[in-house]
Ligand binder design. Structure first.
Ligand code: HMG
Ligand code: MG
Length: 302
């Protein structure tokens, strides 16, 4: 495999939105600086959502302003026009709307039905188009829902197509609770690729059951070339009980480099970024690659 694979770094948003230890604006900016220094070029840095829903993302305006001097493409989540306006005022050039393939998660996460969410996003996308802002679309719970259980691929196809028809330039498919397995991931990507070009699909797989890398590999074989990942495997959503973090960026980079795909990422610097944020969170990184490299450094130091 020699083609280009894009990695979108989720650490500062998905990675920190569910953490008990609040991470302040300065530390979030320092984390983003560190992942940029490691070579990541597209990073989701915050969310303009209700502070009651996700207090961890308060200050996303300051974060976005604080990183605008850095080279990179910085994304933020917006659930509605209010969020879009705040993001735009802070200089956002790319925003992401987020829908779900299941009614249960849609209601829990953004307090409306799937159909209502699409109507809520319509004016956001129209305004963004007029402002020259690009809009990414998420579909959550593509391989299972904590409320509704099994999700049929067709339900994902319908929502992905609706977001694509609205004008989203890319659709990120979220295995929010990390329950998928490679055969299901493959079936899903085939189904969605029948409605939305595969080149515009991203894979956003949480790693709760340890299947994320295998699922990504199946998706790469299907032709998908964009991966959402979080440094150190941080991540989770308070409305997805039991889910753990995103697939770790380090694990993805290790797999891709092993497949002959150059990522341009400096692993040593990325591991340093992960270790620094993990120390602040007071926990060990979930990434197997980080654990292995940290153990190797300790052995070398002794
Ligand atoms: P609601 O209560 O129905 O909204 O929430 P509302 O319009 O009735 O407003 C209620 C209050 O929120 C009002 O304030 C609004 O001003 C305020 P009050 O009068 O009570 O003081 N409000 C806002 N404040 C700041 N920014 C805004 C905003 N909108 C309203 N944009 C709403 C609906 C969508 C706002 C809420 O449910 C919400 O913010 N949800 C966000 C949940 C979230 O961020 N979840 C995590 C991200 S999604 C995810 O992690 C999945 C993903 O990673 C992919 C995957 O893994 O599958 C992307
Ligand atoms: Mg997520």
């Amino acid at each position: 495999m020699s083609e280009v694979v894009r990695i979108i770094e989720m650490g500062p948003r998905d990675g920190l939105q569910n953490e008990r230890t609040p991470i302040g604006v300065a530390a979030r900016i320092a984390f983003i600086e560190a992942v940029v220094a490691a070579g990541l070029t597209t990073i989701e840095v915050g969310a303009f959502v209700s502070p009651k829903a996700i207090p961890q993302m308060v200050g996303s305006d300051e974060v976005l302003r604080g990183v605008s001097r850095l080279a990179g493409e910085f994304h933020v989540l917006v659930p509605n026009l209010k969020g879009y306006e705040a993001a735009r005022a802070a200089g956002a050039k790319v925003v992401s709307v987020f829908a779900a393939a299941s009614e249960g998660f849609s209601r829990a996460n953004i307090n409306c039905s799937i159909a209502e969410s699409i109507e809520r996003f319509r004016p956001v996308v129209a305004r963004a188009e007029a402002d020259g802002v690009r809009v990414r679309g998420y579909v959550s719970c593509v391989l299972g829902c904590p409320y509704d259980g099994e999700i049929k691929p067709q339900a994902v196809v319908d929502v992905a197509k609706a977001l694509w028809d609205l004008g989203c330039y890319e659709i990120s498919l979220g295995d929010t609770i990390g329950v998928g397995t490679p055969a299901k991931a493959r079936e899903l990507l085939r189904a969605v690729a029948g409605a939305v070009p595969i080149a515009t699909l991203a894979m956003h797989f949480h790693d709760t059951y340890g299947q994320a890398l295998a699922n990504l590999y199946a998706g790469l074989e299907e032709g998908a070339r964009t991966i959402d990942a979080a440094a150190g495997g941080l991540g989770g959503c308070p409305f997805a009980p039991g889910a753990t973090g995103n697939v770790a960026t380090e694990d993805v980079v290790y797999m891709l480099e092993g497949l002959g795909v150059a990522t341009g990422i400096d692993m040593t610097k990325l591991v340093a970024a992960t270790n620094a944020i993990s120390d602040q969170l007071g926990r060990k990184p979930a990434s197997r690659v980080v654990a292995a490299l940290n153990a190797k450094s300790r052995r070398a130091a002794n």
